[in-house]
Design a protein around this ligand. Structure first.
Ligand code: DC
Length: 455
């Protein structure tokens, strides 16, 4: 029975040096999972993809084979057969790796590779989510940390020795940015597993930290059933949810003051909108009469949240980019009154997921524009995974919506057709948890349904 040691922690905590030392002392294989994320970043860049665009990164994965191998005892990483071990160690790739690691498609892509190595060898594997997601049954879990300043200091020395011109301040800023990215992403964020041992290496030598891990491994080896935990894990277990499911209760009634306000304002706004546009609706029978549903729509104009909500009996909430709240006070009050809450685009912030679920729990409907941005030509773009993640975690229905008008801009007297499609129920689809595979299925279903409603 092989022994697995999961070593997680922030950038620059000394994980790789310490893990190599432990591996040498114990005769284990060292697996540097950061190199896998770096390789994807490297490949995405060489293929001309924007690493800040999840859809572009996901699109290049089909043509990619990443393999870990060992050349003269050292780990080497091969991208479609090319040894990229040195090329992936630049500050640019570090930041790009942090960016690509937040996409569920990327994490799902690497999961089996990591698990199959662990299934076959005594290993020490370092990364961010090894103890929490990749090897939740590892016999030894360590969370290695150190102060940001100490980590920057170490990284700065390492880079200077290689002739890199970065200053200490730049390295520290980089470390802080990556810490923020790694701990705030939606999927598998960096965090200490509940059963991990915390090792703070700020004032420890490499030897001391390595010896502490060796001691933990030996303690497991001495137990007669020490390696039992790991046998429960199958390497093809792709169903590990990326976030815990928290089905919302549909019994929540909306705050009566808000509902009363909405009952008065909605007919008034409808009157104005019908006067301004040639507005018509199709599929209104698909709009649920209760709240707590997601409306996923293509995005054409700032009027969309109003178009969608005019046929819902309970008020909506919707995500709006943060910049919209800084334009002018009148506009801010208007969109807030209509249910807007701010989201910082591209951060993958888990707080947005929590806020969204709170809104659904409070009985409101939640409007999401999965494309993330408005489409000028009316074509439906690629969707982001957030909508599927919220639906899967909350286990609530998604009503697809298609907003149609000709031309680029919404202007007076324009003919606007809003179509509601049949609600998609995650339970009926069999997507009862938020595993990467289920998120993919759910997202595909949502985006296909929206596309069918746009014509
Ligand atoms: O450990 P590293 O600096 O080489 O990792 C590069 C990036 O990859 C890091 O910013 C976060 C990401 N990563 C991850 O998300 N999960 C892992 N298991 C390993 C690395």
């Amino acid at each position: 029975m092989s022994i697995n040691v999961a070593l997680d922690g922030p950038s620059g905590a000394g994980k790789s040096t310490i893990a190599k030392t432990v591996a040498a002392k114990l005769g284990f294989v060292y697996v540097d999972t950061g190199a896998l994320y770096r390789s994807i970043a490297y490949y995405a860049i060489t293929r001309g993809a924007d690493v800040n665009d999840g859809a572009q990164v996901a699109a290049v994965l089909d043509g990619l084979a990443v393999r870990l191998t060992y050349i003269e005892g050292a780990q080497a990483v091969l991208v479609n057969g090319e040894n990229v071990s040195d090329k992936i160690r630049t500050p640019e790739i570090s930041m790009a790796a942090s960016a690509v690691s937040k996409y569920p498609e990327v994490r799902a892509f690497l999961l089996d590779t990591q698990r199959s190595i662990a299934a076959e060898n005594d290993i020490i594997m370092d990364g961010r989510d090894i103890g929490t997601v990749v090897l939740p049954n590892a016999q030894v879990k360590v969370f290695l940390t150190a102060s940001a300043e100490e980590r920057a200091n170490r990284r700065y020395k390492e880079l200077s020795e290689k002739g890199d011109p970065s200053t200490y301040e730049e390295v520290l800023a980089d470390i802080n940015q990556r810490d923020y990215n790694d701990t705030h992403r939606e999927i598998a964020p960096l965090k200490q597993a509940e059963d991990a041992t915390l090792v703070d290496s700020t004032s420890m030598t490499i030897e001391q930290a390595a010896d502490e891990i060796v001691r933990l491994v030996n303690a497991v080896r001495e137990q007669p059933d020490g390696s039992k935990k790991k046998s429960e894990l199958k390497c093809s277990d792709r169903h590990k949810p990326v976030m815990e499911v928290r089905p919302i209760t549909k019994t929540h009634k909306i705050n009566p003051i808000r509902q009363g306000f909405y009952n008065v304002v909605r007919p008034f706004v409808r009157f104005i909108f019908k006067h301004f546009f040639e507005l018509s609706y199709e599929g209104v029978e698909n709009v649920p009469t209760d709240g707590g549903n997601i409306f996923a729509s293509n995005h054409r104009s700032y009027g969309d949240p109003v178009f969608i909500a005019l046929m819902t009996r309970v008020p909506i909430s919707y995500m709006a980019k943060e910049e919209l709240f800084k334009q002018n006070i009148f506009f801010t009050l208007l969109i807030k009154a209509w249910g807007a809450f701010p989201v910082v685009r591209g951060t993958g912030d888990t707080a947005v997921i929590d806020t969204s679920i709170e809104k659904l729990e409070s009985g409101r409907n939640l409007v999401i524009f999965p494309e993330g941005t408005r489409s000028k030509d009316g074509k439906v773009g690629k969707g982001k995974t957030g909508v599927a993640l919220i639906a899967a975690v909350a286990q609530t229905k998604v009503v697809p919506v298609g907003i149609n008008f000709e031309g680029e801009k919404l202007c007076r007297k324009k003919k606007v057709v809003v179509r509601y499609g049949k609600p998609i129920d995650p339970a009926e689809l069999g997507t009862t948890d938020a595993s990467p595979k289920n998120l993919k299925i759910l997202k595909k279903e949502i985006m296909n349904s929206i596309t069918e409603l746009v014509h």
